[in-house]
Design a protein around this ligand. Structure first.
Ligand SMILES: NC(=O)C1=CN([C@@H]2O[C@H](COP(=O)(O)OP(=O)(O)OC[C@H]3O[C@@H](n4cnc5c(N)ncnc54)[C@H](OP(=O)(O)O)[C@@H]3O)[C@@H](O)[C@H]2O)C=CC1
Ligand SMILES: C[C@H]1O[C@H](OP(=O)(O)OP(=O)(O)OC[C@H]2O[C@@H](n3cnc4c(=O)[nH]c(N)nc43)[C@H](O)[C@@H]2O)[C@@H](O)[C@@H](O)C1=O
Length: 308
């Protein structure tokens, strides 16, 4: 990407979009276009068509989406399918129609088959049944990946798809029901500590395994791939390490200094048992994460404390 290029970061107020925005600023890009969802609702086809025709961006990072944790995905099933399909249809098609040089679309590790072999290789996509709780989100994301591939095949567009693992970091969502596990546990442990409570409730059995990547590392990888990766095949972004939800909760307790007990709520879903990324393709290209989990949790907690 040339330093004077016009770059549209869709979803710049979100956790990922804001990290990409910071990374681009740090690299010296000054012509970055942003719009909040109130200014430009990406579900609105005409509005997106008008926006692209007027702004004519050179590059697009598509980090706008309807996003949430396991319960949000399972509760708002229609919204996750409809909104994500609409956003990505409008942005990807208009990127093609207005000659965007390169676009990055974000998938997610949760769209691989539920019982795929571990670690997850890129070519396991569409080889088995999806996890029920996030099937609508996964179907939308798979459509987005296939749309990038189809526009490359038919029209020669350089649209790439990346597959991030579970993320956390600055500007994360700390909603008690709709957030992902890591921010949810930071909030619960913080509140239990402040209120001198004796226990914290962890959803599910605690046995599922998850891999976590700090969002600023993800942004660094996205920038690296935008510069160096021009293939139709998707590429995983992660650390290559995972842990059980129970061990994650113990680590968060330790970082935040809470000495109470963990209680497991079996009425809540476990979801996919494991989704560890095979990151060998990314490592061979020369990129590796920098922020380890303990350090990242401490940074996210500082951000949480400054905002709540
Ligand atoms: N969080 C995670 O663990 C993971 C995330 N991803 C992917 O990363 C991307 C970003 O996720 P994340 O940053 O966590 O999500 P956030 O919820 O933090 O941010 C989403 C952003 O999307 C924007 N947005 C949502 N709906 C619309 C709309 N209708 N019109 C315009 N903008 C809209 C919001 O804009 P506004 O603030 O202006 O309302 C918001 O800034 C998504 O594609 C997600 O699937 C992939 C793997 C894991
Ligand atoms: C990134 C990915 O995120 C989603 O998948 P997920 O990894 O299953 O999501 P999660 O972070 O919400 O939960 C991970 C695990 O943790 C357990 N868990 C314990 N206690 C809490 C808790 O308090 N909150 C939450 N949310 N989960 C908890 C929870 O029961 C589950 O076993 C996809 O829907 C999809 O949207 C997607 O892209």
């Amino acid at each position: 990407m040339e330093k004077e290029a016009k770059i549209y970061v869709a979803g710049h107020r979100g956790m990922v979009g804001s990290a990409i925005y910071r990374k681009l600023q740090k690299e010296g890009y000054e012509n970055i276009i942003t719009k909040t969802s109130a200014e430009l609702d990406l579900r609105n086809q005409q509005a997106v068509t008008d926006f692209f025709a007027k702004e004519k961006p050179d590059y697009v990072f598509l980090a706008a989406a309807k996003v949430g944790g396991i319960v949000a995905n399972n509760t708002y099933r229609a919204d996750f399918l409809y909104e994500n399909l609409a956003i990505q249809n409008n942005v990807i098609h208009n990127a093609y129609a207005n000659g965007v040089k390169k676009l990055m679309f974000l998938g997610s590790s949760c769209i691989y088959p539920k019982m795929a072999p571990q670690p997850l290789k890129e070519d396991y996509l569409l080889t088995g049944t999806l996890e029920h709780t996030n099937e609508p989100y996964a179907i939308a994301k798979i459509a987005g990946i296939k749309m990038c591939d189809a526009y490359r095949d038919q029209y020669g567009c350089n649209f790439i798809s990346v597959m991030p693992t579970n993320l956390y970091g600055y500007n994360d969502n700390y909603h008690p029901q709709n957030s992902h596990v890591l921010p949810a546990l930071i909030r619960k442990v913080h509140e239990a500590k402040m209120n001198n409570e004796k226990e914290v409730v962890v959803w599910g059995s605690g046995s599922p395994m998850r891999e976590f990547l700090f969002a600023d590392d993800l942004a660094d990888a996205c920038y690296f791939l935008m510069q160096n990766y021009n293939e139709p095949h998707l590429i995983n972004i992660g650390t290559g390490h995972d842990l059980t939800i129970k061990d994650l909760a113990l680590l968060i307790k330790d970082v935040l200094g809470f000495e109470g007990e963990l209680v497991f709520d079996a009425s809540k879903p476990d979801g996919t048992p494991r989704k560890l990324m095979d990151v060998s393709k990314l490592h061979h290209l020369g990129w590796k994460h920098k922020v380890e989990l303990r350090e990242g949790i401490a940074l996210a907690y500082q951000d949480f404390e400054s905002r709540y």
